[in-house]
Design a protein around this ligand. Sequence first.
Ligand SMILES: C[S@@+](CC[C@H](N)C(=O)[O-])C[C@H]1O[C@@H](n2cnc3c(N)ncnc32)[C@H](O)[C@@H]1O
Length: 355
Amino acid sequence: MKQDPTAQDAGQAPHGAAARRGTFRPGERVQLTDERGRMNTITLTPGTAYHTHKGFLNHDLLIGSPEGSMVESNVGQQYQALRPLLSDFVLSMPRGAAVVYPKDAGQIITMGDIYPGARVVEAGVGSGALSISLLRAVGDNGYLHSFERREEFADIARGNVETIFGGPHPAWKISLGDFQDQVVAQEAPGSIDRVVLDMLAPWECLDAVATVLAPGGVWINYVATVTQLSRTAEAIRADGRFTEPDAWESMVRGWHLEGLAVRPDHRMVAHTGFLMVTRRLADGVTGMSPKRRASKTDFAQEDLDAWTPAAVGERSVSDKKLRRAARDASSTVQTKRNQEQSQETETRQDGFGEQ
Ligand SMILES: C[S@@+](CC[C@H](N)C(=O)[O-])C[C@H]1O[C@@H](n2cnc3c(N)ncnc32)[C@H](O)[C@@H]1O
C-alpha cells in the first residue's frame, strides 16, 4: 500500500520538514510568480487578499491547495504558487547585515564538511542566513552555537530562523557578545568539530578557535575582501597550530534558456566573498612551514589601523531600519503561530485533523 508521506512525517520528521509538505496552510509563506516571471511572497491569512495594481487574489483560493497550483486573480491574472525554497527565503527575508548568498552557503557546507550531528560554532550571526543552512546540515541531533556582538542583529536572525523552521530549532543556541571572548567561556577546549566565521576580523579569533577546535577540526572563513583574506591567512600561518590554508571564490553565472537563444545571462552577481579553509593540528605539532612566512613588516601600523567596517565596504544600517527588520522578522513568526493556533482550535472543533 502506498504511504502518505505527509502523514508519516507528522510525528517523526526532522524539525521543520513536515511544514514543507502537503497543502498550503494558513500562516505559511507562499511565493507567487506572475505570467511575466515577477515574484512576490505573501503570508497566507484566511479572509484576506493580495492586492496589485491589476486587481486582487484571495488567499482562500490558495489555502488547502497543493503546492504548484495555478490560481487566478479577480481580473484573470494567473499566478503560480510555490513554497519559497531556502535560497528564495534568505534573499527576501528581513535583514540587518549582508547575508551569505546561497552559492556560498553551499560551498561552506560542503568544503567546511558540516555533517549531521556535528558540533559547530559560528559568528557573526548577522541576519541568520548562514545559520539556517548550518542548522539544516547538522540536523536535530547536531549542535550549532552562534555568536553575535549586536543584539539587534541577533533578534533579526532569531526571527528568520524561527520563520523558516516554524519555531525554535532544537539544535540551535545563540549567544550575545564577541565570539573570541564568549566561545572560550562557553565551550570546552577541543569540543568543537567545525568553526565557521563570517566577520570583519577573523584573525582576532585565532586563539579562541585553536582552543575550542578538536584536532582535525575544520575552520572555514568567509570574508568580503582580499585584504581580509590575506591578513587571516598570514595570521594562521604565523600561529602554526593549523594546516596551510586554502582559499577560493565561486562565481555562478545564470543562463538564459529560450528557444535558440541559449546563452549566459547578461547580468550576474560577480562578487560576494572569498572562502578559506584550514584544519587544527594535534597539540604539540608544528605545521609544515610555508616557503616564506609573512613578516610583521608586511602590515604597517598604518595598514592595521585602517581596518574598520567602512574601510572594507560594510554598509552601515540605521538603528531605525534594524528595529523595523527585527519587528518584521518576529511578526512573521507570530502571524504563523497565531494562524496555526486558530487552525488547530478550528480543527479540534471540527473533530478531524489535516491529512
Ligand atoms: C556579514 S554579517 C554575518 C552575516 C551572516 N553570516 C548571514 O548569513 O546572515 C557579520 C556579522 O558579524 C558580527 N560580528 C563581527 N565581529 C564579531 C565578533 N568578533 N563576534 C561576534 N560577532 C561579530 C557583526 O555584528 C555582523 O552581524
